[in-house]
Design a protein around this ligand. Structure first.
Ligand code: AHN
Ligand code: ZN
Length: 330
């Protein structure tokens, strides 16, 4: 009987044990934070990704894309932001005119001191990195690539509406980031960088407010993969070294150092490049393993497997809580 009880108890403990295997923020153990930072809800962020996927492929010039834009606008307004939809007509690598829409949400628009948080909300029309070449011309769900950054930012918007940080926040969801020249066209990579991040390139040339400035920017790209690692991306280190260190030190302090690794990563063509060029020092938090034998990105990057099943709430939590700790301490 006693033996049975012990076996039963250890089974229960084991079940609990797997639960607590998720990283515990250890802010209680270490020094007390000077401000109170709200608790980021990873289940909410996860649902926000699911909602986007449910609209279908968020490819510019499609109905699913238009419906998603309406949803994102209404959700950001519901959380108390001033929302501007910036029409961004851009030309794709193949000459197609894309009716891009950058979605710009401002909290406390009259505050001078601001931080810019951004992600891309479109999804890629091609699974051109799929191991099966029959999938290369199929679109992707983009649960991680696109969906995750937006999901985390919508949850941050929801939190800001409950308790405001001291600093003004702008959340910008850029369009047409992921319409870059597909790899099956086999053009040298050096010719291709301008075919990516079309929405942010447009915004950099046409800011939504003349002379718009922010202290710094943070880009979230592929922030929902299992066992993600965020190395210190090269252009972020070049343009915004102190912000990189602030984010990575914060993550380590609150218990997420296994995600935000203290390693230098390669340079990535992404929305932050164009925001940096516009004079706002910006950091890319992107799942990138510099020592990998693949392309270095998240394992399901630009494949038909970039789906909800491969989203991990623990990663959303690590990123969301870290970014919130940074902004609430400003
Ligand atoms: C390049 O492939 C050169 N940049 C890709 C940036 C990206 C695509 N992030 C998400 N999707
Ligand atoms: Zn992509």
């Amino acid at each position: 009987m006693k033996m049975l009880a012990i076996i039963f108890l250890s089974a229960v403990l084991y079940a609990c044990g797997t639960h607590s295997a998720k990283p515990e923020p250890d802010s209680q153990k270490k020094e007390k934070p000077t401000v109170s930072v709200p608790t980021f809800n990873e289940d909410s962020a996860y649902c926000y990704i699911q909602r986007q996927i449910d609209f279908g492929y968020r490819i510019p010039n499609t109905e699913a894309h238009a419906k998603t834009a309406q949803y994102l606008e209404s959700e950001l307004k519901r959380h108390g932001a001033n929302v501007i939809i910036q029409d961004a007509p851009v030309k794709a690598y193949n000459g197609t005119l894309l009716n891009g829409k950058n979605i710009i949400a401002s909290f406390d628009p009259d505050k001078k001191e601001r931080i810019l948080l951004f992600a891309h909300w479109d999804s890629r029309p091609y699974a051109d990195e799929d191991p099966n070449s029959a999938n290369h011309r199929k679109p992707i769900d983009g649960a991680n690539d696109g969906g995750s950054g937006v999901g985390v930012l919508l949850e941050i918007a929801r939190q800001i509406n409950i308790a405001k940080p001291r600093i003004g926040i702008d959340i910008v969801l850029f369009d047409a980031e992921d319409y870059g020249r597909p790899s099956f066209l086999k053009t040298p990579e050096s010719d291709n960088s301008e075919t990516w991040a079309l929405g942010s390139q447009y915004w950099a040339k046409h800011p939504h407010k003349p002379g718009y400035k922010a202290k710094y920017g943070i880009l979230l790209d592929m922030v929902g993969g299992k066992n993600a690692t965020f190395a210190k991306e090269l252009f972020s280190l070049r343009f915004a070294p102190s912000i990189v260190n602030k984010i990575w030190d914060t993550a380590k302090r609150i218990g997420y150092g296994q995600y935000f690794i203290n390693t230098k990563g390669g340079g990535i063509t992404d929305d932050h490049l164009f925001v940096n060029a516009a004079g706002i020092p910006s950091v890319d938090i992107i799942d990138f393993q510099p020592d990998s034998d693949g392309n270095g990105f998240y394992e399901h990057w630009h494949t038909v497997n970039d789906t909800m099943e491969n989203i991990d709430r623990n990663t959303l939590k690590a990123v969301g809580q870290t970014v919130m700790t940074v902004i609430y301490n400003e």
